[in-house]
Design a protein around this ligand. Sequence first.
Ligand SMILES: *[C@@H]1O[C@H](CO)[C@@H](O)[C@H](O)[C@H]1NC(C)=O
Ligand SMILES: *[C@@H]1O[C@H](CO)[C@@H](O)[C@H](O)[C@H]1NC(C)=O
Length: 184
Amino acid sequence: MLTATLNLLSIATILAASKTYALPQRSPSDPAGLSPRCQCLTPESAQYLVSGYSSLLTAYTTANANQYLSDSFTDTSDSINFLIGAPLGSVTFPSKAAFEAGQGAQPPIDFQVLNIDAVTCDTIVFRWIAQVGTQPVKGINIMVASNANGTDESWQIETNYSEFNSAVWVLDIGGTCQTPKTSQ
Ligand SMILES: *[C@@H]1O[C@H](CO)[C@@H](O)[C@H](O)[C@H]1NC(C)=O
Ligand SMILES: *[C@@H]1O[C@H](CO)[C@@H](O)[C@H](O)[C@H]1NC(C)=O
């Protein structure tokens, strides 16, 4: 009888304890109670967005742009600003529509991701190499991601910061670029 009571007590204790651990705790930054997997980027969701990004350069479609870019998407790049004669320091594509009009009109380029170097909860850092002419152009991107619906499929690119070797890009598209006198 005593053993049975003790056993019941320990079962109750274990149940109470496991209930405490099983109860989902919502943090203040998590009003929707999303699963942790979808609140923060994972290596897989980062890869998903980087592949999506690459597809916009190698095989652009408006459907892909709508899938991978958030409605409040912006793109900032002084490398591009210089190439297109936009003011340095300005936002290159201030909206998704501006990106779609601009990038949608570009020919596909040979673009390879060299490595995804860092993934934080909402930011991805990666390096790439592109071939637009005879010499390769290397660049670095910082992408900030958002996830409107908290699912694996609703990850999108919120902001894109990209800088690259625009001097070589100028040469590759037939421009000229003179370096200052060197000691040679
Ligand atoms: C990211 O930025 C780079 C440079 O501004 C641009 O070439 C590329 O199309 C952008 N990608 C996306 C998905 O916005
Ligand atoms: C989020 O869900 C709504 C409603 O189903 C849908 O219209 C929208 O496209 C989704 N957004 C993303 C980014 O998946």
